[in-house]
Design a protein around this ligand. Structure first.
Ligand SMILES: [Mg+2]
Length: 233
């Protein structure tokens, strides 16, 4: 049995110090001349495709969505490296040690199930030096619905592995529900705005305050301590 460990990015692996939102705001301004274009858009746990589409809806900007997204991504990727450099973000507690120990386990594949546009995820991970741990996944341009992104990540990473079992690790109820929609094990980590209790109530099988205690966390993620499959009870 192979375990596919699918990590969310923002507030799970790292906190970008607001660099992502800032770069998005600049890109939106470049294209449409609107300041604070995302002011009334909920970012937490949402996919970048949802975030952009919602901003376009709020500002009543018509036209071909795919075209808007392509132009927006170009501007966003141009701004993001500078913003990451300017803002004082950081890795979340326990990283990169947790990734390091997981990457040395047999029968484990590590990937992403993120709402970030693919190159945005790559730029953020590279900025904090952890891009080398991940072998692909599902990304924010693929759907407004996070469950679709998890499904794509499972399909890609589990290719050729009929008995792969997926674990989704994230900081919001959206991560948890998208895991459950795909029959995956849902692991919550309360390093974002949601509390341990909220993540538990949203249906998480296991919840961590954070991963500072990375050794037992790694054991749980690879299944040594979950015993019976969580969620099966
Ligand atoms: Mg997140």
């Amino acid at each position: 049995m192979t375990r596919l460990l699918l990590f969310d990015v923002d507030n799970t692996l790292l906190w970008s110090g607001g660099a992502g939102g800032k770069a998005m705001g600049l890109a939106f301004h470049d294209l449409f001349g609107i300041d604070d274009g995302f002011k009334r858009v909920e970012f937490s746990g949402r996919t970048d495709r949802y975030i952009l589409a919602e901003a376009l809806r709020q500002h009543r900007i018509d036209g071909d969505y795919e075209e808007h997204q392509a132009r927006f991504r170009e501007r966003y990727y141009a701004h993001l490296p500078k913003m990451l450099h300017e803002r004082q973000g950081r890795l979340m507690p326990g990283f990169p040690a947790l990734l390091d120990v997981l990457s040395r386990q047999p029968g484990v594949r590590i990937g992403l199930a993120t709402g970030n546009f693919s190159q945005g995820a790559q730029l953020k991970l590279a900025h904090y030096g952890i891009d080398g741990y991940f072998s692909g996944g599902g990304f924010g341009e693929e759907s407004e619905d996070r469950a679709v992104i998890v499904r794509r990540a499972v399909e890609r990473l589990g290719k050729g592995l009929p008995r792969a079992e997926a674990v989704v690790i994230g900081d919001t109820p959206h991560d948890i529900s998208s895991a459950k929609a795909n029959g995956a094990i849902a692991v919550g980590v309360a390093t974002g705005t949601n509390s341990v209790e909220e993540l538990r109530e949203s249906g998480a099988d296991v919840v961590f305050e954070d991963f500072s205690d990375w050794q037992p966390a790694a054991a749980t993620l690879i299944g040594a301590q979950t015993g019976a499959r969580p969620g099966g009870a």
